[in-house]
Design a protein around this ligand. Structure first.
Ligand SMILES: [Zn+2]
Ligand SMILES: [Zn+2]
Length: 259
């Protein structure tokens, strides 16, 4: 079995300090590919460096809504330049987070639109972070994202109704350990309606440890196996068949070489 962790933060301190062991445990669990995601310019540079040193590891670079307040014209210029690196397979994560509001909403909107324009111009798919801002995220995607080739809503925490709206626009949906949480029945209902051709799996580590590892403060890619098992069960599928299909979806989404 060869699963791809389509959204992890391997450059964050808790994981990078022991990265070779983290990756060895991941491979042992059948999670053999990784998209490591940047959230600010320092992390973006680090994700590219880490991906350059590891096989089957790729980078996504972007500015998280939490960091939108620090975006300058220089940030956008550098992001465009880094996006040309051959290990970069997506722009993001980007979007809106009105739950925490760590950046003023006007800054979040502006940084989101600027990054969509980069993706539209250069061609890579985009990774969307959306928390308590669903309608406005869809509006900004409509306004600035129409030329973006592929879009995924990562760490999906919405309902089946919202999933349907996302799918109707042709976008993809990615699930974290949240789908395994006891109180996440709406998310499981959403997962049921997402066809495997549009569904991806991610750890979002070091956050979002799935059940039964939820007490582990530091999540890691190996634990994604529990999320994959939960999703396979929801689909009434054998884990191996499920893994094969979502891995094919992930490769197609990010344009990864066939294995
Ligand atoms: Zn996120
Ligand atoms: Zn993330």
């Amino acid at each position: 079995m060869q699963l791809i962790d389509t959204h992890c933060h391997l450059t964050f301190d808790d994981l990078v300090a022991d990265i070779e062991a983290v990756l060895a445990r991941s491979q042992q669990a059948g999670v053999t590919g990784w998209i490591t995601v940047g959230t600010d310019m320092e992390q973006n540079r680090k994700t590219i460096e880490l991906a350059e040193r590891h096989e089957n590891m790729y980078a996504a670079i972007g500015i998280h809504p939490h960091d939108a307040k620090n975006v300058t014209a220089g940030t956008i210029t550098e992001l465009k330049k880094l996006a040309q690196n051959e290990k970069v397979v997506a722009i993001g994560e980007m979007g809106l987070d009105f739950h925490y509001d760590f950046s003023p909403r006007q800054d979040q909107r502006r940084a989101f639109a600027q990054q969509l324009k980069i993706a539209a111009a250069l061609g890579p798919p985009v990774i969307i972070h959306c928390r308590e801002a669903f309608d406005e995220t869809m509006e900004i995607l409509e306004q600035y994202g129409r030329s973006v080739k592929r879009v995924v809503f990562h760490c999906f925490g919405g309902s089946a109704d919202q999933a349907k709206i996302v799918l109707d626009r042709g976008f993809y949906i990615s699930f974290t350990g949240v789908v395994t949480f006891k109180n996440a029945e709406p998310v499981r209902q959403a997962a049921k309606i997402v066809p495997l051709a549009k569904l991806m799996v991610e750890s979002d580590c070091p956050y979002m440890s799935p059940e039964p590892m939820r007490k582990q403060k530091i999540n890691e890619p190996a634990f994604m196996l529990h999320t994959a098992k939960c999703l396979a069960e929801l689909k009434g599928m054998d884990l191996g068949d499920f893994a094969e299909e979502v891995t094919a979806t992930s490769r197609a989404f990010f344009g990864l070489p066939e294995k």
